[in-house]
Design a protein around this ligand. Structure first.
Ligand SMILES: [Zn+2]
Length: 420
């Protein structure tokens, strides 16, 4: 029965009328993951014909294509591997997150070919986590695991306290640091909320249906329910850790959008993915990971609030992304190591960032416009130095003063050669 249904969808290439995520505006999502490099992708105003919706539908059709092939008895992975390697980053995911996803699925197919040496501990962890995936599992993951992301963007309530981690294991640390960050930085942060991005959403059929309804305007209610029940069942299996597999939520995102999308008010929020925190914990960096990722995302909110994001054009986008990412790294290192911030040991923070800045950064060509590893480490080191010098006076620098210092130092940071 499922097979027939997929066939039907494969034939009818639906493109939504589109009432969502489209056009161009100054509202910005700074999407992260992992290296949290990246980027302003885009979320745009509601209401026009949407290439975003089209792209989503296209990916669903690609899933159906590969699934039909597999159901028809063709178990060769080669066409899919080529497809993955060449697929451009979809609009709804940032480049670094997407590189990580690509690498993870290719490693799931053949770890010997696709592992690379930049982040060996993390590769080993991810590779072990997908060791029991079959090809169809890889397809489900690659094409149909978008629900935690959109749940965090749209449905999660920033006024809730939130449960972070599969069993709430990160809730206290994140809440404590979130409060501390709000006190530490002198911006108007009262309206910023923190929401979980979590595979637990796969346990809630009604939420899944809502997400399907928002993202696929051409689907019928029956189809929405079909896909909701499908992903609930698939990602509930053991090989997906009963909805808690880290790759289902391997991301963290800072969002500032004063408006509604499909009837849901977005506002200012930070989405913290369970998966990325689980991975850092597993490789022994759990005591810095959640706070360090949160501090970086908070850095983006300083940028939103104080207007440090310049207008982005195709020409200046790479440089703007690099500048704002390096600045967020500096804000983060300053807070993390400051005596009145997270009071972390620089060596530990440094160790975390060494992994953080390398994630996903192999196997795929990248213009490196998010800042090289050395530049990101230099920005963090600079933030730490400022904290170290400044805190002797027991003071916390104003965000704007810090920003001005950073801008003055920026050329030195990006041109550093022997700074490590
Ligand atoms: Zn960032």
């Amino acid at each position: 029965m499922k097979f027939t249904f997929f066939k039907k969808l494969a034939i009818v290439m639906i493109v939504g009328a589109g009432y969502l995520f489209t056009g161009c505006s100054n509202d910005t999502f700074t999407e992260e993951t992992t290296t949290s490099q990246t980027s302003k992708t885009v979320l745009k105003t509601v209401g026009k014909n949407s290439s975003f919706i089209e792209e989503l539908q296209q990916r669903k059709n690609q899933f159906i294509y590969f699934k039909n092939k597999l159901d028809g008895g063709d178990t060769s992975t080669q066409e899919f591997e080529t497809f993955v390697k060449n697929e451009a980053t979809p609009k709804f995911i940032n480049e670094t997150a997407f590189k990580l996803v690509k690498k993870a699925v290719l490693m799931a197919i053949d770890p010997d070919v696709y592992a690379c040496g930049e982040t060996p501990e993390l590769d080993a962890y991810l590779s072990a986590s997908t060791a029991d995936w079959t090809f169809i599992d890889v397809l489900y993951y690659y094409f149909l695991s978008y629900h935690p992301t959109y749940d965090a963007y749209l449905l999660a309530d920033p006024n809730d306290r939130g449960i972070f981690g599969p069993n709430g294991e990160y809730t206290n640390e994140l809440q404590r640091n979130f409060k501390s960050l709000k006190r530490f930085w002198d911006i108007n942060s009262g309206n910023i909320g923190m929401v979980p991005m979590t595979g637990r959403v796969y346990r809630d059929i009604e939420r899944l249906i809502t997400i399907e309804r928002i993202l696929y305007p051409s689907q019928t209610e029956e189809e929405n329910r079909y896909f909701a029940e499908l992903v609930n069942e698939i990602f509930g299996q053991d090989q997906f850790w009963n909805h808690t597999h880290p790759l289902l939520s391997f991301n963290a995102v800072a969002i500032s959008l004063d408006g509604e999308i499909a009837g849901y008010y977005v506002g200012d929020r930070i989405a913290m993915g369970d998966g990325i925190m689980m991975a850092y914990e597993a490789i022994g960096l759990g005591d810095t990971g959640p706070s360090a990722i949160l501090a970086h995302e908070f850095g983006h909110h300083i940028q939103y609030d104080n207007g440090y994001f310049n207008e982005v054009t195709p020409e200046n986008e790479p440089e703007e992304t690099r500048r704002t990412e390096l600045m967020a790294d500096a804000f983060s290192a300053y807070y993390l190591t400051h005596k009145r911030g997270a009071t972390m040991n620089w060596w530990k923070v440094n160790q975390f960032m060494n992994v953080f800045y390398n994630i996903g950064d192999c196997s795929f060509t990248s213009p490196g416009h998010h800042g090289t590893h050395a530049q990101r480490m230099a920005a963090a080191q600079w933030g730490y130095n400022v904290a170290n010098n400044h805190q002797k006076k027991g003071k916390i620098m104003g965000a704007h003063e810090f920003y001005l210092l950073f801008e003055a130092e920026y050329d030195g940071i990006i041109n550093c050669t022997d700074c490590l």
